[in-house]
Write a protein that binds this ligand. Structure first.
Ligand code: ZN
Ligand code: CA
Length: 436
């Protein structure tokens, strides 16, 4: 595996810039991160290989476990009003993630036949946090003004300067307990000399199998940073930075792939030695330096001999336009689920997804009722689950994420006395169901 020096990186990127003109852009700063790791932690690839080896030993045909639901919090950090991405755009982003990671994306039909056998429903979902680290109700979205006009990545520095957005003392917002929340910072990432970086994510760090004294980031730096124009697919400022191929919310899909342990489909050898470096994933064909936004379906940069396949540019871990992405593979799914189970298991404890306590009152009308009840819990901005129990204590109905004024069908319940309760179990009302 070639090791390239900072000078080599510079000259190669310069060449790239010349050929790509002033619109050079980077899906993410992960390349930089890898470069940094190579320089400061020679055992990085050794550690990565060990993770891959233990994953393969555990069997890449991983199944079971059901759908993993991971709590996320978005921290919108803005200087200009444009950068204060509204909640509606965050909701849109969440929809995109839950489509892409469940293969419910409408453009899944665009996956080429050759890759259909390996296209995966990753059975991973993301949910906005319902409680913050102090147990208080939250929408899972924070908005914070900063004096910083933007946050920049110093491509030649030895520390990741973009991480200032994660530090309240540097004009950012501190992470919520990264063991229990996926933190996603949305901010203005300043264009670098080489173009716009859309986002950055740390792969799993602080692992048992990482060498002592490695320069892996500290826990409060875990998470994902995305450039504010790339968020959601209804972003009023998509394209405001003259980048137009990233307006479908796929930057976040890509960065979370890194967060869950995936590397770029071409490995991370930026431009050298194009076919000998791999991403460690068996069902992504070897490829050179990725699609680089060309969306070129004829590309076949590496000949793998018998059964050779074209470059899999529709993979979320390639660098292509948002409109050309549409799949993860079965092995990528397997690795991400392994990472969740073994390396980020505390995310599954559901801490941030606990039903928030509600300190208002609830009412149910009419009472007695027949086919419908309306459960009202005042002006709570939060959504709650509503459960109905029969007199034997059996839960006969559950409505998830009900809003403050929710109509529930009761026409299928036998006449009798029922208890209607909010998910926090602190509020219960009795209601009589009768038939005329
Ligand atoms: Zn990337
Ligand atoms: Ca090929």
């Amino acid at each position: 595996m070639a090791f390239f020096t900072r000078f080599a990186l510079f000259s190669v990127l310069s060449a790239c810039l010349l050929s790509a003109g002033l619109n050079a852009q980077h899906r993410c700063g992960f390349d930089h991160y890898v470069q940094h790791q190579r320089e400061h932690n020679p055992a990085y690839f050794e550690a990565y290989r060990r993770v891959l080896a233990s994953w393969k030993a555990a069997g890449t045909e991983r199944g079971g476990g059901g759908v993993y639901v991971l709590p996320v919090v978005f921290h919108v950090v803005y200087h200009e009003d444009d950068q204060n991405v509204p909640d509606s755009v965050i909701y849109s982003q969440l929809e995109v993630l839950n489509e892409d990671y469940r293969r419910l994306n409408a453009d899944a039909v665009n996956t080429r036949d050759a890759f259909l056998p390996v296209a995966a429903d990753c059975e991973i979902e993301f949910q906005l946090a319902q409680t913050d680290p102090d147990g208080n109700p939250t929408t899972g979205i924070t908005h914070t003004y900063t004096e910083q006009t933007g946050f920049s990545l110093d491509l030649f520095g030895t520390t990741n300067t973009l991480d200032a957005v994660k530090d309240s003392e540097q004009g950012g917002v501190d992470a919520w307990d990264t063991d229990h929340y996926i933190n996603i910072w949305v901010c203005n990432i300043e264009p670098t000399f080489f173009g716009q970086i859309f986002g950055l994510a740390y792969p799993p760090a602080g692992l048992d199998n990482w060498p002592a004294g490695s320069s892996a980031p500290s826990p409060e730096l875990e998470g994902v940073i995305v450039h504010y124009t790339t968020v959601g697919r209804n972003n009023p400022f998509a394209g405001a930075d003259d980048v137009n191929d990233n307006d479908m919310g796929r930057t976040c899909t890509h960065e979370l792939g890194h967060y869950l342990g995936l590397r770029h489909t071409w490995g991370d050898e930026l431009f050298f030695d194009v076919c000998s470096e791999d991403d460690g994933i068996g069902d992504t064909p070897l490829c050179g330096s990725g699609d680089q936004y060309a969306c070129d379906y004829t590309a076949n940069s590496c000949d793998e001999g018998t059964g050779d396949l074209p470059d899999q540019l529709e993979n979320y871990m390639d660098y292509t336009r948002d409109e050309c992405y549409n799949m993860f593979t079965q092995e990528q799914k397997s690795l991400m689920r392994y990472v969740i189970e073994m390396l980020r298991p505390t995310l599954l404890e559901g801490v941030g997804l606990k039903e928030p306590c509600y300190d208002g009152s609830i009412s149910v009308r009419p009472n007695p009722a027949s086919d419908w009840i309306t459960c009202n819990f005042g002006k709570s901005p939060m959504r709650h689950s509503v459960l109905i129990y029969d007199m034997s204590g059996k839960c006969v109905k559950t409505v998830q994420q009900a809003d403050a004024n929710t109509r529930i069908y009761t026409g299928d319940l036998p006449p009798g006395l029922y208890a209607v309760t909010l998910g926090d179990s602190r509020h219960t009302l009795r209601v009589v169901i009768q038939r005329p």
